[in-house]
Design a binder for this molecule. Structure first.
Ligand code: NAI
Length: 471
């Protein structure tokens, strides 16, 4: 490998071009900083190429498929839908490519320099870039942001082969939809894939080790998802401990402790993600890494080395693209000498795009009680919402949790938890209310448009004042 140290100097060097990394690049360059991004693959990262975007695109295909399948109830006669999986995947790729081109163009327009190669941290805020053709160079910076992201966790005994055993990375490369699928892990990724594949025609079993799927989500919301999955034939097995699998001529047989073996064509392993810190060359740099591989930071995303920050999935904060954006902004504000407010991780927006969708911000009912609050809650079902009836999607609940006042009405809003139609698009009002530390009577003052899905949130909050309109 040749070593040609360059005199390239930047205000900010970012290792990793995913949402946290390109977020820092875009926000920093918008403030006039001279920014370099080192990326070994493609800017956009997991979110754009192997995560959020392709997953939601395929879930939209599932939505279209369901809608067409139910068209007859509207008097719209469509023959039973069939799936052209090649076109499904081609459209997914078109959306990804279009966003990739847009992001690349935006970075160029903002004069962000993108270096193609693997970045490792070197002394004195410098970064060594090793490209795939064997070339190496060194960049120096006033600040370095580590944003190398995460990769899927795997289970011993389930070696990923891209054919029978898949992670989210491989699902987006499938050339056909497996007929029978086991999804190991019933978290956000597992529930999204289970929902999507079932709606498109696969026979799906979810194997979750814990006593409930979607751990950490409010119980009333989880119950909605479980009921819906059951109704659509998704076999959800909780407390399921997988012990390994034996491949056959086509698929494989999974051994599950205390249960009959399960024959499937494909296994999707979605048991979480692990930080990708090992390729950053951190040994001996003074940057502290915990035993799980997360780079250790304080509440301002500062690592143990001055001038070196870490953001996104690489640190032990919620693994969400928009959390990466928030951390990127937090870091750049500090570089600019501006006031920087730590991210309020307890109140970030969570959106899970399975059918029915799940969205929430703030305390669940149990979480608020555990934190010592006396709470009052209300649950509104979509059956009473005119727009939900009109679109024919009344599955789910809007649950609002507030601090209980002496007269029994709601005080400060603590949490908004939803399952149902388009709730990922509806969470905005609840997210703002919770994060603004708004009180029930303040939010109840604002009237939602009629007829709209957002009325259910309005009604729920109104009812916590002790009076209501339609409920
Ligand atoms: P997760 O941590 O959310 O869920 C993993 C699930 O697998 C848990 O329920 C866990 O109990 C279970 N599990 C672990 N080991 C198991 C085993 N051996 N057998 C059976 N079950 C087992 O992880 P997931 O769903 O893979 O998502 C990874 C990350 O991606 C999360 O941090 C999440 O925040 C993020 N993400 C968020 C999405 C969203 O908000 N819409 C969508 C996709 C991912």
């Amino acid at each position: 490998m040749s070593d040609a140290p360059s005199d390239d100097h930047f205000d900010l060097i970012i290792i990793g071009g995913g949402p946290a990394g390109y977020g820092a690049a875009l926000y920093g360059s918008a403030a006039g900083l001279d920014v370099a991004v080192v990326e070994k693959d493609k800017v956009g990262g997991t979110c754009l190429h192997r995560g959020c975007i392709p997953a939601k695109e395929l879930l939209e295909t599932a939505h279209v498929f369901r809608t067409v399948g139910h068209a007859a109830q509207f008097g719209v006669e469509a023959s039973a839908p069939t799936l052209a999986f090649g076109q499904t995947m081609a459209r997914k790729q078109q959306v990804v490519d279009q966003l990739f081109n847009g992001l690349s163009g935006l970075l160029k327009h903002r004069k962000v320099t993108v270096f193609s190669g693997t970045g490792t941290l070197a002394p004195d805020r410098s970064v060594r870039v090793s490209s795939s053709d064997g070339q190496a160079s060194t960049l120096t910076g006033d600040a370095v942001v580590l944003a190398s992201g995460s990769v899927p966790r795997t289970i011993p005994g389930f070696e990923v082969d891209g054919r029978v055993v898949l992670t989210s990375d491989e699902v987006f490369e499938l050339d056909h939809l497996p007929r029978k699928v086991a999804v190991i892990g019933g978290g956000a990724i597992g529930c999204e894939f289970a929902s999507m594949m079932s709606d498109l025609g696969s026979e799906v079993t979810v194997l979750e080790a814990l006593p409930q799927i979607l751990p950490g989500v409010d119980k009333d919301v989880v119950n909605v998802v479980r009921r819906s999955f059951k109704g659509r034939g998704i076999d959800v097995r909780v407390g399921a401990k997988v012990q390994g699998h034996t491949p056959g001529s086509t698929g494989t047989t999974i051994a599950i402790e205390g249960q009959d073996p399960l024959n499937v064509d494909a296994v999707v392993v979605s048991i979480g993600r692990r930080p990708l810190s090992e390729s950053l060359g951190l040994d001996g740099t003074g940057v502290a890494v915990d035993e799980r591989g997360f780079v250790q930071v304080d509440e301002l995303c500062r690592t143990s080395v001055p001038g070196v920050w870490a953001v996104g999935d690489l640190i032990a904060t919620p693994g969400l693209a928009h959390v990466g954006y928030a951390e990127a902004i937090l870091v750049v504000k500090q570089l600019l000498g501006e006031q920087a407010v730590p991210v309020d991780y307890a109140n970030v927006a969570w959106c899970i795009y399975c059918q029915p969708e799940v969205a929430f911000a703030g305390f669940s009912e149990q979480g608020a009680i555990d934190a010592g609050y006396e709470v009052v809650t209300t649950k509104h079902r979509w059956g009473g919402n005119s727009r939900a009836l009109i679109i024919g999607d009344t599955e789910g609940v809007v649950k609002v949790i507030a601090e209980k006042q002496a007269d029994g009405t709601g005080g400060r809003l603590l949490g908004v938890h939803m399952a149902g139609p388009w709730v990922t698009e509806q969470l905005g009002a609840g997210y703002l209310a919770v994060n603004w530390h708004a009180a029930v009577d303040e939010i109840a003052h604002f009237v939602q448009p009629h007829p709209s899905l957002t009325e259910s949130f309005g009604e729920a909050v109104l009812s916590l004042t002790g009076r209501s309109l339609n409920s």
